[in-house]
Design a protein around this ligand. Structure first.
Ligand code: FAD
Length: 383
């Protein structure tokens, strides 16, 4: 078994006990259903409710809004455990959405939505990407036109995680002129909302249990009170200011998946024989696994350091961009190397390594494509 480098100053006994609780719950209540969720293409919203009731959904939210008031490390531990168990990123998106309300919402907005997001009554999504723009978010076109005490929203979004299952969406809209200053974030409670519709649930290369959908807005009316923070034109700054935390929501699962891939491959190659001996006795297998185990170690060390800095309020944007691109790159590399050691079985989706490989690919694309991460790092050089 690969040693997990979970012992780190941020990982105290309370967090470790929390991790064990989360792990047991996922193994008992979620893992047995995962294949079924993959086949149907989504995890029903009701699945998240008990996680909310147990305090696993948004453990970092203040007690005043129904949370446990933990550090962000608690949320990252949940993401770590979900990724180790091959669960997709639905709750990462949920926490990102909740944090826009927590960090920028008015007191009324926080009281209104955070308790329901924390206890799992509501599942959230963040809708930024449009058919015409992803990386270049300043170009979004979904329009929110003010009419009296309402916004009238028209446009469309695509690739939205939880788009099919969420009942609350934080939507990036254009309330003003061109460019970043015209962008705002508006909350939509989507159940029975006239003019709102979910288009196709998109078929993906991996992450089959996670729903990713198109969304359409045809003169959707929402009260102006749903504008996050109550001031127009702040959306782009709000989106950018959450970045260090959001990048960690991708780097931590990368560490978890890498460790799982190495564990699976070690077990398989010790069992599987070729030319009269276990694959693990072949020097190539041993060297490849030694390389992958080293990567696992380095990634975990990097991630632990970044979590510590995040908890201490010292994680700068650039370090977070580095963690996102580099850890996701290693994740794709290691799952590819490990799959190769399974031979043909590695290509069969009934083998977890095949699913880890396919699920990993998107990590280099979403949450800010890796090329964008590198561009942002380059702008800050020399460090
Ligand atoms: C499974 C999945 C789930 C997703 N979930 C969500 C979600 O919940 N909410 C949401 O809003 N979005 C979501 N997305 C969208 C995701 O964030 C975008 O796909 C991503 O930001 C890239 O945008 P794009 O697809 O439009 O690619 P583009 O922006 O068209 O980029 C295409 C390629 O060009 C490169 N490129 C673009 N600009 C530059 C540049 N300046 N310099 C160098 N290279 C550049 C990119 O790196 C990329 O390789 C999801 C996507 C997927 C696949």
């Amino acid at each position: 078994m690969l040693p997990k480098l979970h012992c780190h100053p941020w990982m105290d006994e309370t967090i470790e006990a929390f991790r064990q609780e989360v792990r047991r719950y996922i193994a008992r209540e979620m893992v047995p259903h995962l294949d079924g969720w993959r086949r149907q293409g989504y995890i029903p919203r009701e699945v998240w409710r008990p996680l909310g009731e147990l305090g696993f959904l948004l453990p970092e939210i203040d007690e005043a809004y129904g949370g446990a008031g933990g550090t962000l490390a608690y949320q990252l531990v949940v993401q770590d455990e979900l990724a180790s168990a091959e669960m997709p990123a639905n709750t990462a998106v949920h926490t990102i959405s909740a944090h826009y309300i927590l960090d920028f919402g008015t007191e009324t907005q926080k009281q209104r939505w955070l308790p329901k997001l924390t206890n799992g009554e509501m599942l959230a999504g963040i809708a930024m990407t449009e058919p015409g723009c992803g990386s270049d978010l300043q170009a979004i076109r979904t329009l929110a036109r003010r009419e009296g005490d309402e916004y009238v929203i028209s446009g469309s979004k695509t690739f939205i995680t939880n788009g099919y299952t969420a009942n609350l969406l934080v939507v990036a809209v254009r309330t003003g002129g061109a460019g970043s200053r015209g962008v705002s974030l508006i909350v939509l409670e989507t159940e029975n909302l006239p003019g709102f519709s979910v288009g196709r649930r998109l078929e993906k290369l991996g992450q089959h249990a996670s729903d990713t959908a198109e969304l359409f807005f045809q003169n959707v009316r929402v009260p102006v009170d749903n504008l996050i923070g109550g001031v127009e034109g702040k959306g782009f700054i709000q989106l950018m200011s959450q970045l260090p935390y959001e990048r960690m929501l991708l780097a931590v699962p990368a560490a978890a998946v890498i460790e799982r891939a190495v564990e699976l491959t070690l077990a398989y190659t010790q069992e599987r024989k070729a030319f009269g001996e276990p694959l693990y006795e072949l020097q190539n297998t041993r060297f490849k696994l030694a390389e992958c185990a080293t990567i696992a170690h380095v990634v975990r060390t990097f991630v632990n350091d970044a979590i510590q800095r995040l908890v201490d309020g010292k994680l700068d944007d650039t370090a977070a961009y580095m963690a996102k691109w580099w850890c996701s790159e290693q994740q794709c590399r290691v799952t590819d190397e490990c799959l190769q050691l399974f031979g043909g079985y590695g290509y069969m989706v009934e083998y977890p390594i095949a699913r880890l490989y396919a699920d990993s690919r998107v990590q280099k694309i979403y949450g800010g494509a890796n090329e964008i991460m590198k561009e942002l790092i380059a702008r800050k050089l020399p460090l």
